[in-house]
Unconditional design. Structure first.
Length: 360
């Protein structure tokens, strides 16, 4: 997210300091002044360059579910943004569902606990400590680092950089003047780029990122990954519901995520008619005033049902909103899935931590 034009001049000095600090930190890691910790087992990082969403959480869930199904002991390490600060590792899941609430651990780790059954989920501000804890205490064989591109302290064997097909890298400028957490040139640290988005956005989005890579002189693999709606869940019962059942009904949609446009587009692509939409800030904790705003909007719109995202549902608890509540389910699958897994297996097998240890 970028600052409004009228505020940018006020934010210029801290913005320049932020950019300088990011560049200095990266150079210190590259020159060995700052050193990364090795977990002793393969680490796969999933991250992005921008402050906006790019589908990291569902993509991590996809990786974890696939590898867990193959019999690998997988752990997901997360900072737990939006939860309480944890300087020591806490176990959010041992593979059978969440053991903590979103308020305690953050919405994304709790959601991952539900989406990636079979994988452990660990939250800690120090992801290196989380990875070592997962290895020693939970017997993890592979660690997936959620939102890890900027977390340089933990060495990773595979760095996957996700970029949204529609948003791309925005205006190519760093916060607060643009969406970038780091300069676009830092794409060179990635072992592969994964362009994510709706099927109709992937061809043009992939071409734009390939053009940016050519401009930067980068020759690294690029994959595309479709984000698609996979039906709904009735929140009160956790019952799966096909989109066809909801067609023709008046829908209030609300979300507190980085890219609400994508969520609303997915609902329309599923055939739902949106009577009204509400957008909250990313990771918004829903206080009574927020909930009453949702209830009032549903009444005013004459909504038959309310739909939100899986991540927002983690922050709602058992609250009632005056109309049936549904969550949109999202799936992420690389377009060239076999080629993607061969790439991942080759990267892991060739690393010191994963020699002779293919992932598929």
């Amino acid at each position: 997210m970028t600052a409004p034009p009228g505020l940018r001049w006020l934010l210029a000095p801290p913005g320049l300091l932020y950019g300088g600090a990011v560049a200095l930190r990266n150079r210190l890691y590259e020159r060995g002044v700052l050193r990364s910790v090795r977990a002793g087992i393969p680490v796969i990082s999933v991250g992005n360059l921008t402050a906006g969403g790019s589908g990291k959480t569902p993509f991590v869930a996809y990786l974890a579910a696939r590898m867990s199904a193959e019999g690998r002991r997988i752990a997901i390490a997360s900072r737990g943004y939006g939860g309480r600060r944890h300087d020591a590792p806490i176990v959010v899941s041992e593979g059978a569902g969440a053991l903590a609430t979103a308020e305690e651990a953050g919405d994304e780790p709790v959601l991952l606990s539900e989406l990636a059954r079979g994988a452990a989920v660990i939250v800690c501000r120090d992801r290196a400590a989380a990875a070592i804890f997962a290895r020693d205490r939970l017997g993890a064989e592979i660690v997936l680092l959620d939102d890890g591109f900027q977390h340089r302290r933990l060495h990773r064997d595979v760095d996957l950089l996700l970029i949204d097909a529609f948003e791309g890298i925005g205006n190519g400028r760093m916060l607060p003047f643009g969406p970038l957490r780091e300069p676009a040139g830092e794409m060179r640290r990635a072992h592969a780029i994964v362009v994510t988005g709706a099927a109709e956005d992937l061809p043009a989005g992939g071409d734009r990122i390939r053009g940016e890579m050519r401009r930067l002189g980068l020759e690294i693999p690029l994959f595309t990954c479709e984000r698609a709606a996979a039906g709904f869940l009735r929140a009160e019962t956790e019952e799966p519901v096909d989109a066809g059942v909801l067609k023709g009904l008046r829908v209030l949609a609300f979300s507190g995520i980085a890219q609400p446009r994508s969520f609303e587009a997915d609902l329309r692509a599923s055939g739902l008619s949106l009577a009204r939409t509400l957008r909250f800030r990313d990771h918004q904790r829903f206080a009574p005033a927020h909930l009453e705003r949702i209830r009032a909007a549903a009444r005013e719109a004459g909504a038959d049902l309310i739909v939100t995202t899986e991540k927002d549902r983690m922050r709602l608890g058992t609250v009632r909103l005056g109309a049936p509540l549904y969550t949109l389910r999202i799936r992420m699958v690389p377009s060239r899935e076999g080629e993607f897994w061969r790439f991942l297996s080759d990267r892991i097998s060739s690393s010191p931590a994963g020699a002779g240890f293919p992932v598929s």
